[in-house]
Design a protein. Structure first.
Length: 123
């Protein structure tokens, strides 16, 4: 996701972008500086973060929340394409929330980051 965001920044994209990230705490956010710099550079980008260990951030984010990611606290754009990255349980929950909000399944793309639990079923 960070690479996609950097590409959009380098291309001087004017697309509306809403970046959501969940982690244990801000210090655990991989590539945080790169992501924040790209969001700041993009004129129509927003960044919302969720940290399990506290709702505080030193970064210029649009919203910081404590706990697990909760899509109900963010206005998601209509007719958007969604890209999910993370462990399967996380992505299953988010996909379910997106589907419940009326997002078409074909507009939800994903990449497993972490243990591939589906692959483990084959072993």
């Amino acid at each position: 996701m960070a690479g996609m965001l950097s590409h959009l920044a380098q291309a001087e994209s004017r697309l509306p972008i809403t970046m959501l990230h969940a982690d244990l705490e801000e210090a655990a956010f991989p590539l945080r500086r790169q992501v924040v710099n790209d969001v700041v550079e993009l004129p129509h980008a927003e960044l919302y973060v969720w940290y399990e260990n506290g709702a505080h951030s030193i970064e210029p984010v649009n919203g910081v929340f404590q706990g697990s990611m909760d899509l109900s606290v963010v206005d998601l754009p209509d007719n958007a394409i969604y890209y999910l990255c993370g462990p399967l349980p996380f992505m299953r929950a988010l996909r379910g929330e997106l589907l419940a909000r009326g997002v078409a399944p074909g507009d939800i793309h994903y990449e497993v980051f972490g243990p591939d639990l589906w692959q483990a079923d084959l072993e």
